[in-house]
Design a protein around this ligand. Sequence first.
Ligand code: NAD
Length: 376
Amino acid sequence: MDAVIALLPGDGIGPEVTAEARKALDAVAGRFGHAFEFRPYLIGGAALDAQGLPLPRETLKGCGDCDAVLFGAVGGPRWDKEAPDKRPERGLLSLRKALGLYANLRPATLLKPLREACPLKDALLEASSFDASPTFDMLILRELTGGIYFGSRGRKDDGRSAYDTESYSYREIERLLRVAFDAAAGRRGKLCVVDKANVLESSRLWREVAKDLEPGYPGVKLDFMYVDNCAMQLLRAPGQFDVIATSNLFGDILSDEASALTGSIGMLPSASLGEESLKGLGRMGLYEPIHGSAPDIAGQDKANPLGAILSAAMLLRYSLGLAEEAAAVESAVLRVLEEGYRSVDLATFATPHPRRAGTRKMGNLIAGRISRPAGD
Ligand code: NAD
């Protein structure tokens, strides 16, 4: 297959982890006989420095012309004093909105070799686990182009009071929940809609929409949970969750919490999907690790590239329709962890003797395992 991938490394550790994700995709291309063309574009602080805008026009156009977007991270203290609409993060929010990427899929899975990096006791994990082993495997579906991140905001009373607005339309909720019901139907058949319906009117609309859609998905068991309870349940019984669907703000927070249970925020990939691709491959999508630009470790070969590499696997699966290739990337990641290699963030937990690996070494190991799968 020929595919064009927009590469948006961004700031901080973004360029470091996307370089390793690209290595994984190159290894896939080599093994399976595909031709992936990478087109680099500026975004975030890097774009602000070069062109005075966090999302230059050619970046937006370039992304629209590609089959998928591979994104690193944006932001950093250098740009913290920029006006709100010129901050690096605004570049990413605007890109998601402009490409219509409303559904953010964030799988949070405890991989077996990383059991020691999860802070929960066996008993807590086993009690809720779907297979009675100390593990969990959930998919958090976060609405990405609506809610409080895009609602009207401002200052009043000479700047001494401030407001942000949470607002959702039936249509925005419906399209996100359809992705969630479909995902649950293809997994263990459980969907939990997380909200604050005891207080927020917008949450009550989420519940109405979910109940309206429920009869169309007889194989899915629908539940509701308040977000404060969910934050607690993630820590005491994470295995109870299969698919969680929630708003932009709640999803942002809950997925960071879930990432801590997988060992490190550096582990979690994500896919942001819009409508079906017109090109017939899959959906237009943007793929990125859930972490930020981590300025504290940037440029030190300390970043965990696995979230970015697993994001590349999601790109193969969702935008290019290459399920076998995606699985090859995921099993290479698992194999490298089973062999005892650990990036710096995970090495502190490993016992007895982790094989420490920097960002580049981790990426090289995984690319190598993709090119030469076990048994070859
Ligand atoms: P962060 O995710 O960048 O870092 C939080 C902590 O996790 C830090 O200690 C960092 O070293 C660590 N960490 C993050 N990714 C890691 C990795 N791959 N390997 C090892 N350790 C990792 O969040 P933050 O510190 O709150 O934000 C830093 C900057 O990133 C801010 O400017 C913020 O706005 C931006 N940000 C961007 C995105 C994005 O681009 N999608 C997301 C979140 C934050």
